[in-house]
Design a protein. Structure first.
Length: 383
């Protein structure tokens, strides 16, 4: 049985509802649940009426496909009416409501996501999802080609679940269908492609999934700028942290700017990706002064990321990162007002002096204090 805050209150109002999809899968896999979605044979209006009678607030968050959200203790629960597809176009479907649980399960993507669980813990598994989960098999529900034609995003979702749950060889029917239907990815929005790619790379070890994306011809469609699974494999083998942006930097062989623009990365993601991709300037033998100079211009996390990308078999790279993390970022102690206080009038000369003094400060290992820098500024001003 699933224990989750607020769930019993919800079940008191909707006893016929079942937990559906990922929450069942993750419960069987022993994972901690972040959220719980439910399915119900009741229509959205009927479910909302029941919940209102129980004093539970609801919101119509997706009525076009039968979803309302109930809020209990500040936590949202999506409740979706059982459905069957009428028309699909490769991404969206027109649906009709049903009260047939198996019919609803038949429209889901993979067997491991097609299970449902009642309040007493009974698992309803119409397509062998429980056995597939135990065996680490990612298998489409029914005909793989049909499932992909209904929603091309399922191609990328296959690799997402393969990265997290697969234990053995991939399902042959799935690979054939993905290889045949891979061009459907080109119809997906950039935001969805990037979201799925990040999730794939966020898996503890996505190497097999990425290799499979290359084998099926999916990877060149997702990253036409050029990608090297071998570089990703090497990065993960070094023990680098699970950071999707670090991993995409290793994977990407083309320019970061067009990649970030095409997949519509956020400004923060784009800037981080471009910062990671800059050449590494620190070797294991770097002095403390070298570390301080690097940190004066670049964040610790970015410098550490670059060392993971540049690491070779020579030198003590882990110790370099330990030293890097332990070194406080030095802050140049002067500002423009410190120069005007020396009698220098506002103008370009202020910036010239600051630049000269900062260069002197960097050359001397970023240890000079404000008084020393002010004295150097006076000497610069007099030349």
């Amino acid at each position: 049985m699933i224990q989750f805050p607020g769930l019993d209150t919800l079940w008191d109002a909707l006893p016929e509802a079942r937990i559906a999809g990922g929450a069942v899968r993750d419960t069987l896999a022993g994972h901690i649940l972040a959220d719980v979605d439910l399915a119900s044979p009741l229509t959205p209006d009927q479910a909302a009426s029941r919940l209102a009678a129980a004093g539970i607030k609801t919101f119509p968050t997706g009525l076009s496909h039968g979803t309302i959200t109930a809020v209990i203790g500040g936590k949202g629960f999506e409740i979706t009416t059982l459905r069957r597809d009428l028309v699909t176009d490769g991404r969206h479907a027109q649906v009709a409501f049903t009260d047939d649980w198996e019919e609803d399960a038949a429209r889901r993507d993979f067997t491991i996501n097609a299970m449902s669980m009642a309040r007493d813990g009974t698992v309803y598994d119409y397509f062998g999802g429980k056995a597939d989960l135990a065996a680490g098999i990612i298998r489409f529900v029914g005909n793989a080609e049909t499932r992909i034609a209904e929603d091309f995003l399922r191609i990328l979702r296959f690799f997402r679940f393969f990265a997290r749950y697969a234990k053995g060889p991939p399902d042959a029917a799935a690979i054939t269908a993905i290889t045949t239907g891979r061009d459907g990815i080109l119809h997906l929005s950039a935001e969805r492609v990037w979201s799925e790619l990040k999730t794939i790379l966020r898996a503890p070890d996505p190497r097999r999934a990425v290799d499979l994306m290359q084998f099926t011809g999916v990877l060149p469609l997702v990253i036409p700028e050029g990608a090297s699974p071998e570089r990703l494999t090497a990065l993960i083998a070094r023990g680098a942290p699970v950071d999707p942006l670090l991993r995409i930097t290793a994977l990407l062989t083309g320019e970061t700017t067009p990649f970030a623009a095409r997949l519509k990365l956020s400004t923060e993601e784009s800037e981080t990706l471009q910062a990671y991709a800059q050449p590494n300037t620190l070797a294991p033998a770097a002095s403390d002064a070298d570390l301080r100079r690097a940190l004066a211009d670049t964040q610790t996390e970015v410098l550490a990321a670059r060392t993971w990308l540049a690491q070779t078999s020579d030198g003590d790279w882990p110790n370099l990162r330990t030293r890097l993390t332990a070194t406080p970022r030095p802050i140049f102690p002067l500002q423009g007002r410190d120069i005007t206080a020396l009698g220098i009038p506002p103008g370009p000369r202020i910036g010239e002096i600051l630049t000269a003094v900062r260069g002197w400060w960097l050359a001397n290992g970023c240890t000079a204090d404000k008084d020393s820098c002010r004295a150097q500024a006076s000497r610069s001003a007099s030349t």
